[in-house]
Design a protein around this ligand. Structure first.
Ligand SMILES: C[S@@+](CC[C@H](N)C(=O)[O-])C[C@H]1O[C@@H](n2cnc3c(N)ncnc32)[C@H](O)[C@@H]1O
Length: 380
């Protein structure tokens, strides 16, 4: 293991270079010279079929995975909103992290705040590039912060780490030149913008529901920040807030409602993340989607959606006379939002992410297509 990891880290860097996710010499050196297995000695994965979680260690068959371009769950527990077991922390996909670090446009002497320390791998890359005295990183999970502190120290790094709710940033060590969040928010906390210097950058995944969001790079200009979404796509687990109330998924009782028909019957959010994002901008936050397994084949069947406020929709997988049956219940007609967003998306010329942007002031925040002062805008 003493030197074996170096070959693996170098191979990981080569993979990321080949995939255009890593190109500057400083970040290439950081990936090559950071022993990821020290920061990620174990992780969790779900058994295919049963969905059972199992622990995998770097001393077992995990080492190859730890040095691959894969995100790995490192802490699991109940989802604060829905209660089922989810990943509460992970080491993000290295290629996503290096893409973000490249986009962050750091220069020698810059101070960087990271929201979501996790394993400390991102913090280690930043320490390698900028020096530990320029790196601050926070996580809401105190145990993770202490583990990361110890493991980073093994690598010779002592950045400023704190166990706090990152929604407030970390004013004690502000101002920063850059803030990078590796957890997703439905709206960018103004504190993150306020704690970067004028013309500083904030890079964050703005997400309204599963897969309904993307990375946006904001530049501060006084009491205003603006930026475009990343033309490719990236996604993080949500930032957890302490006041989240646990809710039960609604009872989706088709017999309680009369079905209507829709010309849209498929929802594969990951196949069209922009249209799904536009739909999620008008829906209640944290909508869940999924597929009811077909009783005969076990394959994904009818689509379902539900929201924390009790709204739900089910959409037949197969059309009848070219139309799909839709059942909806609760306070919001969720499928109507998908239909309206699809129409608007087509009218706007099927924009890619690069045409979307976000603007923020201390009072307001809005998403736009093409022009922050244009007509296609959504307050968030
Ligand atoms: C995808 S992981 C970060 C991975 C990390 N960049 C790494 O290199 O390992 C997201 C992290 O965000 C943290 N997080 C969630 N809610 C938070 C909050 N309110 N404040 C700070 N961190 C939070 C989670 O505990 C988790 O460790």
């Amino acid at each position: 293991m003493t030197t074996e990891w170096k070959d693996r880290a170098a191979a990981l860097a080569d993979t990321l270079i080949d995939q255009d996710k890593l190109f500057s010499p400083e970040w290439i050196a950081a990936v090559r010279e950071t022993p990821r297995h020290v920061l990620v000695p174990q992780f969790y994965e779900q058994e295919p079929g049963t969905g059972e979680w199992r622990e995998v260690t770097s001393s077992g068959d995990g080492l190859q995975r730890i040095y691959s371009n894969t995100g790995l769950f490192t802490k699991i527990g109940p989802d604060p909103l829905w209660g089922y077991t989810v990943g509460l922390s992970s080491t993000s996909t290295p290629g996503l992290m290096t893409r973000m670090l490249e986009a962050l446009d750091v220069h020698d002497g810059h101070r960087v705040l990271g929201i979501g320390t996790g394993t400390g791998y991102n913090a280690a890359l930043l320490c390698h590039r900028l020096g530990e005295q320029h790196v601050v990183s926070v996580d809401v999970e105190a145990d993770l912060v202490e583990l990361a502190r110890g493991r980073l120290a093994e690598l010779g790094y002592r950045p400023t780490l704190a166990a706090v709710d990152g929604a407030g940033g970390f004013p004690d060590a502000a101002p920063y030149d850059r803030t990078i969040a590796t957890c997703a928010v439905p709206r960018v906390p103004w504190a993150w913008i306020d704690q970067v210097r004028d013309s500083g950058l904030v890079l964050v995944d703005v997400k309204r529901a599963i897969s309904a969001g993307n990375l946006v790079l904001l530049r501060r200009n006084g009491d205003y920040a603006e930026g475009r979404f990343d033309s490719s796509w990236g996604s993080f687990m949500p930032l957890r807030t302490r006041d989240t109330q646990h809710v039960q998924p609604p009872d989706r009782d088709r017999t309680s409602t009369k079905p209507r028909t829709s010309s849209i019957g498929y929802l594969r959010p990951w196949e069209n993340t922009v249209a799904w994002f536009l739909a999620a901008l008008t829906m209640p936050q944290n909508v869940v989607f999924g597929f009811t397994p077909d009783p005969d084949t076990g394959q994904p069947g009818d689509v379902f959606l539900y929201a924390p406020d009790g709204s739900w929709a089910e959409i037949a997988n197969q059309p009848e006379d070219g139309h799909f049956l839709v059942w909806e219940g609760g306070p919001h007609r969720l499928w109507s939002h998908v239909e309206q967003a699809r129409t608007l998306y087509k009218q706007a010329g099927q924009p890619g992410w690069g045409r979307l942007g976000l603007s923020a002031t201390p009072q307001r925040q809005w998403i736009w297509i093409d022009d922050p002062r244009g007509t296609l805008t959504w307050e968030i």
